[in-house]
Design a protein around this ligand. Structure first.
Ligand SMILES: NC(=O)c1ccc[n+]([C@@H]2O[C@H](COP(=O)([O-])OP(=O)(O)OC[C@H]3O[C@@H](n4cnc5c(N)ncnc54)[C@H](O)[C@@H]3O)[C@@H](O)[C@H]2O)c1
Length: 258
């Protein structure tokens, strides 16, 4: 019950790391509201987590790229929970694109959901956290934002922007006792499976050498529940109170074991 009494919003909670994070928080006794654009599975993930307890989870629809949606849904969620202590923000999209011919549509879509969505959710959450005496915001960056990503030019640029934003927000809100960090994960989720499914055999070989080979812990992507959940609990809790402005890889060594 490390998170008993904590009031938490988790975006992208319908699947992947958002779903695993929501389950981990409920297991530790928190009151969580999951949010997503995919409502049927989003509601199901929250209801299954509540059945297992000991915490509880609700579900609400949000489009993180839309200011009106974020403001109104966060207001409803915070009123239902009586405040806000933690925002975990994995919601994002991934589309392949080449630097030579990335379209304006792809560029704008990636920046709307992944970058504007991070700014909007963080800004609104920080206002409520200030009223609660502080809090923890957990964004999701990527190794793609730290190195060239030939097959995902717009996604890579957007994740680089999430890293810069995370540092700036940490500097701005530290005085309000609000911490802002970014997780840089390597986890086997639907996003990962979808990216693998579109690859040719040659792409898969290139991906092995670029992405899997440096994962010291078995050369494979992690399990979101087993490998990410406990880290998300630690970063939501008071034990991590002096960690802010960090890009935190949870990737079996992928980023640094080269
Ligand atoms: N899977 C990996 O190994 C990996 C690696 C690096 C970074 N990341 C990042 O980690 C985070 C979580 O990734 P994942 O693999 O769990 O992804 P996922 O695709 O499995 O889940 C993302 C969730 O976000 C939701 N979502 C998408 N657009 C939304 C919107 N506009 N508003 C609200 N919800 C929306 C989706 O419906 C989905 O449920 C993402 O930010 C991703 O970019 C993932």
């Amino acid at each position: 019950m490390q998170l008993k009494g904590k009031r938490i919003i988790v975006t992208g909670s319908a699947r992947g790391m958002g779903a695993a994070t929501l389950r981990a928080y409920v297991r530790e006794g928190a009151h969580v509201i999951g949010m997503d654009v995919t409502d049927d599975t989003g509601a199901e993930v929250s209801s299954e987590a509540t059945k297992s307890g000991p915490g509880k989870a609700g579900y609400m629809h949000v489009d993180v790229s839309d200011k009106t949606s974020v403001e109104s849904v966060f207001a409803t969620a915070v009123a239902a929970m009586g405040g806000l202590d933690v925002l975990a923000h994995p919601a994002a999209i991934q589309r392949g694109s080449d630097a030579g011919d990335v379209t304006v549509e792809d560029w704008d879509l990636m920046f709307a959901v992944n970058v504007r969505g991070t700014m909007l959710t963080n800004q609104v959450a920080a206002r409520y956290m200030k009223d609660s005496g502080g809090g923890s915001i957990l964004n999701f960056g990527s190794i793609s934002g730290q190195r060239p990503e030939p097959g995902a030019a717009a996604y890579s640029a957007a994740k680089g922007a999430v890293h810069s934003w995370t540092r700036t927000a940490a500097g701005t809100w530290g005085k309000d006792n609000i911490r802002v960090n970014a997780i840089l994960p390597a986890m086997a989720t639907p996003m990962y499976e979808e990216a693998m499914a579109t690859m040719t055999e040659d792409d898969k070989t290139a991906s092995y050498w670029q992405n899997h080979q440096s994962i010291a812990m078995g050369q494979k992507y992690g399990d979101p529940d087993e490998d990410l959940g406990p880290v998300m609990v630690f970063l939501a809790g008071d034990g991590s109170r002096f960690i802010t402005g960090q890009m935190i890889p949870v990737d079996g060594g992928q980023t640094n074991v080269k």
